[in-house]
Design a protein. Structure first.
Length: 211
């Protein structure tokens, strides 16, 4: 899939699911119904339970329906291994100029983690495709709205402590997409998890289209 196609699928959905705990259980139990509801992009963290097996299963079963990326990338070696495994986008929890140069040289979409305006400026100047605001829970939607003023063209992806119920507020604040990870495990233990998730992905497409 081309670079622009990956970006388009993430933007249309407005949601990136991050798999860490219970990775394979999520793939087996939830994915078919959620894809029908609009789920389009998944990040498998290198810290995920059985990362290699989960990533391989995703690519084999859903590689033609989803864009699948690897997260928690800290170094060039991890980035290259992820690309060799078939990752279509990469995410790191931090910004590193050398790592950014390496990844962008591979022509793959890259989301770098930032928190402060200085980090956002450095990352956007370096050419990252989107800025992962992490941990987003420290500032919430108001912080995203504040960042949008000096950085109106930046694609912000709030991550860390973002619950499905928070998504609409982040989109309204100007987030390009939201990433939901730790809160996913909490939701999966609730009896109405599948209903709430289906509503999130359906609403994501509609709300993003209206922005």
């Amino acid at each position: 899939m081309e670079h622009s196609d990956v970006i388009e699928k993430i933007e249309k959905s407005g949601v990136i699911v991050i798999l860490r705990q219970e990775c394979e259980a999520f793939v087996d139990e939830y994915l078919p119904a959620l894809i029908e509801s609009g789920l389009a992009s998944i990040e498998v963290s290198l810290t995920a339970d059985r990362y290699a097996g989960c990533f391989a299963k995703l690519v084999k079963r859903y590689g033609d329906q989803l864009v699948i990326g690897t997260g928690t990338i800290f170094c060039k070696e991890q980035a290259q291994r992820a690309l060799d495994d078939g990752a279509q986008f990469l995410i790191s929890p931090h910004f590193d100029e050398d790592l950014t140069t390496f990844i962008l040289g591979k022509s793959v979409p890259y989301l770098a983690g930032c928190l402060t305006p200085t980090e956002v400026a450095d990352a956007t100047r370096a050419g990252v495709d989107a800025v992962k605001i992490f941990p987003a829970s420290l500032g919430g939607p108001r912080y995203i709205a504040a960042l949008r003023a000096p950085f109106p063209k930046a694609r912000f992806v709030p991550t860390g402590g973002v619950a499905p119920a928070d998504a609409a507020a982040y989109w309204q604040a100007g987030a390009w997409a939201v990433a939901i990870g730790s809160e996913l495990g909490v939701l999966m233990r609730q009896p109405d998890a599948i209903t709430k998730l289906k509503q999130l992905f359906s609403r994501g497409q509609n709300d993003q289209a209206a922005l």
